[in-house]
Design a protein around this ligand. Structure first.
Ligand code: FPP
Length: 253
């Protein structure tokens, strides 16, 4: 699969997409810090460059057949970073929402957030809620951004929601099953990811969508996130098309 030069609406596929393009791609955007440090620059420069990559990848994704894109922007463990870096990242998220709101709305992007919002700055929480409401009717692509997200934290919060219902008497313990638990997750109503990509050469899944990605395919690329291009995404998707996903079933003979 190859991509032509960007036109007014972003990148356009020159070749036919793979037979079974993944509808839902999730990305662990890793390597911003190293990208900047390798150049002798502050880590935040890498995050700013990473945010530019986010824009580019979101723009090209629908042309590649992606209908759901979920990106890991800030984990529940990322609070351990320096105050400067944490505040810098939070500022970047706010600016991204403020500056991109018009374009995201115009280009049919429906934006959602997953993760525990309660620890985030009140202004950022308001921006998140307002862009979610503003893009609610959009259908071209679903962009989900994980901020203060951790899979274990999400599962614990979902378990607490169900436990509360049982304690209130509105739910029977027998009704706690895979369907009701999945619906109580932040991703309730969203399809599971077909493919999870991690950049920067690390081969960990780092608490990203552990429940939802139970049957996902994984791709690990050495490319640092600020260097990750639409063409590399297209190449990964082409490889994905050749995979045999059996979901626990046997090989068809
Ligand atoms: C991991 O690289 C990246 C992050 C923790 C932040 C991801 C944020 C962005 C891509 C920027 C903006 C996002 C949005 C949604 C506008 P790292 O810092 O762990 O890199 P390292 O492993 O090289 O140190």
């Amino acid at each position: 699969m190859t991509l032509r030069e960007p036109g007014p609406k972003g990148l356009i596929l020159a070749a036919t997409p793979s037979a079974t393009p993944p509808e839902h791609v999730a990305i662990i955007m890793d390597g911003n810090g190293r990208w900047a440090t390798n150049r002798g620059w502050p880590r935040l420069v890498g995050h700013r460059k990473g945010a530019e990559r986010v824009k580019e990848i979101v723009r090209c994704a629908p042309d590649l057949g992606i209908r759901w894109l979920t990106i890991y922007a800030f984990s529940t463990e990322n609070w351990k970073r320096s105050t400067e870096e944490v505040l810098g990242l939070m500022g970047l998220f706010s600016r991204y929402i403020e500056r991109e709101a018009d374009r995201l709305s115009a280009e049919g992007v429906r934006m959602r957030f997953i993760g525990d919002r309660t620890r985030l700055d009140a202004k950022l929480q308001r921006l998140m809620a307002s862009i979610e409401a503003r893009t609610e009717g959009n259908t071209r692509i679903n962009l989900t951004v994980a901020i203060n997200y951790g899979g274990r934290n999400e599962l614990a919060r979902a378990a607490r929601i169900l436990a509360q219902r049982v304690a209130d008497g509105t739910m029977s313990p027998d009704a706690v099953n895979e369907t009701t638990l999945a619906a109580a997750l932040d991703t309730g109503g969203l399809p599971d990811p077909d493919l999870v990509i991690r950049t920067s050469g690390e081969t960990r899944v780092s608490n990203f969508l552990p429940w939802q990605a139970a049957y996902a395919e994984y791709e690990f690329t050495p490319t640092l996130w600020p260097d990750f291009s639409p063409q590399e995404l297209a190449d990964i998707l082409a490889r994905f098309g050749g995979r045999d996903r059996r979901f626990g079933g046997a090989v068809a003979l």
